[in-house]
Design a protein around this ligand. Structure first.
Ligand code: NAP
Ligand code: GDD
Length: 336
């Protein structure tokens, strides 16, 4: 039975990847940070019943703690390591640059060192990002497009990208970068723009909230579905040779278009509810991302299945269910 180890297991992608690996018959270990409150909501359905999923284990660890990573890797001797753990919020990386670099850049290096010094070095997947293209020098972006990162997060991811390439070339590690463009889902963190919009719009529809405050509506992103993208991660580690791949839909839309699509679906006029709050502007912005995933299509035989419209409806429908529950609780409390 193949052994997979996933950092960032409690995150959006971690939860979808674990589902995929379990489906494929892997024994899976997830590295989880210690927290003072529960933060396993995205994977509770997978590990709460150990009889149903005896193949998922969680261990405590942190990308800022190299000795802990070495111990975990040496004990488990995984076949595949997926490094999804990160301080993944671009805006927050301006507030916490040192922590972001420690986790997202040095954390990758710690993991690569732990793998290199293991008796049986695992195949390695690095969660690289389209944020590395930043002030993009060409459109669409491919594996050959030079990087121009625009945030501490983007710089940290560019560092990790090159360390991954260098460990492949210097030590012969089977190490791959997936350069993933934005991917969303009903499990997306609520402070990323898509989920912020679907949460707010559904709450507005049910009278639970009056306004939605956003930053730059002109930024354009290539948005796909996270469930599709974790499949590409897995495929990269099943190839004969390690390599780097762009994973994207090839379609780009502005934040304004995303807002309109969601509000239209709910039969609401977005202009009545959306206001601009400069707090959400970034010191340097990434204006326009659009990926060319031809290489992934050709070599991995991967392509996205969920369309933009389907993604919007999937997220809005899921958040409507949450808003309905919130409304019931509110009415119950008001009736007391
Ligand atoms: P996410 O939902 O924010 O999940 C991040 C995960 O990393 C969480 O499990 C988090 O744990 C964990 N983590 C944070 N700091 C850590 C640390 N110091 N040590 C160990 N774990 C730590 O992010 P995501 O959307 O799933 O993205 C997965 C990866 O892909 C990230 O590396 C992200 O930068 C990258 N990426 C994402 C996208 C995208 O559009 N989603 C695109 C390109 C690349 P807690 O639950 O404890 O916070
Ligand atoms: N978060 C947020 N909140 N973004 C806003 C808001 C707001 O209120 N208003 C406008 N935006 C704009 C941002 O300025 C940005 O241009 C765009 O919406 C998308 O922001 P996010 O959803 O926060 O995602 P991101 O593109 O910065 O980063 C995500 O994608 C990267 C891949 O390109 C993250 O998942 C990163 O981890 C990932 O690497």
């Amino acid at each position: 039975m193949k052994k997979g180890l996933v950092t960032g297991v409690t995150g959006q992608d971690g939860s979808y990847l674990v589902e995929l690996l379990l489906e494929k018959g892997y024994q899976v270990w997830g590295i989880m940070r210690r927290s003072s409150s529960f933060h396993t909501g995205r994977i509770d359905h997978l590990y709460k019943d150990p009889h149903e999923h005896p193949r998922l284990r969680l261990v405590y660890g942190d990308l800022t703690d190299g000795s802990n990573l070495s111990i975990i890797i040496n004990e488990i001797e995984p076949d595949e390591v997926y490094n999804l753990g990160a301080q993944s919020h671009v805006r927050v990386s301006f507030d916490m640059p040192i922590y972001t670099v420690d986790t997202d850049a040095l954390g990758t290096l710690r993991l690569l060192e732990a793998i290199r010094s293991c008796n049986k070095p695992a195949k390695f997947y690095q969660a690289s990002s389209s944020e590395m293209y930043g002030k993009a020098v060409e459109t669409p972006q491919t594996e050959k497009t030079p990087f121009y990162p625009r945030s501490p997060y983007g710089c940290a991811k560019a560092y990790s990208f090159w360390q991954t390439v260098n460990y492949r070339e210097a030590y012969g590690l089977f190490a791959c970068n997936g350069i993933l463009f934005n991917h969303e889902s009903p499990r997306r963190g609520e402070t990323f723009v898509t989920r912020k919009i679907t949460r707010a719009a559904t709450r507005i529809k049910l009278g639970l909230q009056d306004k939605l405050y956003l930053g730059n509506l002109d930024a354009k992103r290539d948005w796909g579905f996270a469930g599709d993208y974790v499949e590409a991660m897995w495929l990269m580690l099943q190839q004969d040779k390690p390599d780097d791949y762009v994973v994207a839909t090839g379609e780009s839309r502005s934040v304004r278009e995303f807002v309109k699509e969601v509000f239209d679906y709910l039969d609401l006029d977005w202009q009545k509810y959306v206001e601009i709050d400069p707090r959400y502007f970034r010191p340097t912005e990434v204006d326009y991302l659009e990926g060319d995933a031809s290489k992934a299509r050709k070599v991995l035989k991967w392509k996205p299945k969920v369309t933009f419209g389907e993604l919007v409806r999937m997220m809005t429908d899921a958040d409507m269910k949450i808003a309905e529950q919130e409304k019931i609780i509110k009415e119950h409390e008001e009736a007391k």
